[in-house]
Write a protein that binds this ligand. Structure first.
Ligand code: CA
Length: 400
């Protein structure tokens, strides 16, 4: 188990299992939870388990706010990737590849997924087991089961979480995760845990909260079941011929490599496309003038982890960086590139020096940081959009 995991375990142990003391009374919620007991029993949750896990359970309406949240702006792909695939994450990932080399080798033998890919998923999902989310799952899923959209879906996840606790894979007070119920090193939803979690160290429990060995194997199992092809790349960065028409192309518009060859595509270093890749789709996440990629079957497996192409690309790119690859060759089409987490922390420090109360320096650029950024952008005569990019960082560095 990693140092970070131990630290996190200690930090989370201080949290109450259920925040019933701070949450308001809600007769509507109590009635709803009582009304779900029959369905829970049909779903395999015993009366004793149900009563134990829902006793004194109170709603947390902040998860409904999260469910209904509409972002004020869309994060640009270059900002998204700059935070997820930075030097810090590459170095940490490489250290963990070395530390877990034996486990990762056994995982590869059993599931056919290579170490760099598994560790890249780990790095993007939970920052290698350092960011699990802070919502007690019974409370979050209980609330989502009784209020807001998609109650039927969340009830299924609530009952799955209850079955996990009933089986004893994870202790109830440790089942803490995202507002939507994803938890642990792999950020699996409870139903995904039930389908795919693996007890790889053989202690009788599949533990994705406190056991990195189980988590790495479970990630590989997920990708294997999602159709991972052993030994194949996820894709390659390519160079498009001048004036290439990208309309209608995409991850799902697969064409044979021979067809892409005929249309004049090359790898970005000028070499020929890999002949053994099967069919490939063309991904241009920032349009035809930005980086372009041919993506193969394994990219679809990465995509299925979170159903977002930007997410799949983050994992794919991080895995290449962990193998020693460099940044993308084609620059993003912007004169104001995204910044790493180290630079975001530096930016936050500079905002504090200018008297802004932005809370903790965490490299996250949340609401308070963005409000402070707007003020500084206004003063500097820059576009006021609350975005922390290289232009603003450079201005604040130089005392602008
Ligand atoms: Ca285990």
């Amino acid at each position: 188990m990693s140092k970070h995991t131990l630290f996190l375990t200690a930090a989370l142990a201080c949290l109450p299992a259920f925040a019933q003391t701070t949450a308001p009374e809600s007769p509507e919620f109590t009635q709803c939870i009582a009304g779900l007991q029959g369905a829970a029993r049909s779903a395999g949750v015993s009366t004793a388990t149900y009563e134990r896990l829902t006793q004194d359970l109170a709603p947390d309406m902040s998860v409904i706010e999260k469910l209904n949240f509409q972002p004020e702006f869309r994060t640009a792909i270059w900002d998204y990737l700059a935070g997820l695939v930075d030097e810090e994450r590459v170095q940490e990932g490489q250290a963990l590849l070395a530390r877990h080399a034996d486990t990762l080798q056994r995982v590869e033998q059993r599931f056919g997924v290579d170490p760099a890919t598994v560790v890249a998923v780990w790095g993007v999902e939970s920052n290698f087991g350092q960011t699990f989310g802070k919502y007690p799952l019974m409370q979050a899923l209980g609330t989502l089961s009784c209020f807001g959209r998609r109650q039927a879906y969340f009830r299924g996840e609530l009952f799955a979480a209850m079955r996990i606790l009933q089986k004893g894979d994870i202790a109830p007070e440790r089942l803490v995760g995202s507002w939507a119920g994803a938890f642990g090193h792999t950020q699996f939803m409870p139903s995904t845990f039930e389908r795919l979690a693996v007890d790889f160290d053989g202690d009788g429990r599949a533990d994705l909260m406190d056991n990195a060995t189980d988590a790495l194997a479970s990630t590989a199992n997920f990708l294997a079941k999602a159709g991972w092809r052993t030994g194949q790349a996820w894709g390659v960065e390519v160079k498009l011929p001048e004036g290439f028409n990208t309309s209608g192309e995409g991850r799902r518009s697969k064409r044979a490599i021979s067809e892409w060859n005929a249309r004049g595509l090359k790898q970005v270093d000028g070499s020929a496309l890999p002949a053994d890749a099967g069919s490939a789709g063309l991904l241009t996440p920032a349009g035809a003038t930005g980086p372009a990629f041919l993506v193969f079957r394994n990219f679809d497996a990465l995509y299925s982890y979170n159903a977002a192409e930007s997410y799949g690309l983050a994992i794919a790119h991080l895995s290449d960086r962990l193998r020693g690859g460099g940044p993308f060759v084609t620059p993003w089409p912007t004169d104001d590139p995204g910044i790493s987490r180290a630079e975001r922390r530096e930016l936050q420090g500079l905002l504090i020096l200018r008297g802004h109360d932005i809370g903790e320096v965490d490299g996250m650029l949340g609401e308070r940081s963005r409000a402070a950024i707007r003020v500084e952008q206004q003063k500097l005569g820059q576009e006021v959009n609350g975005r922390g990019g290289l232009k603003l960082l450079k201005s604040l560095r130089s005392g602008g």
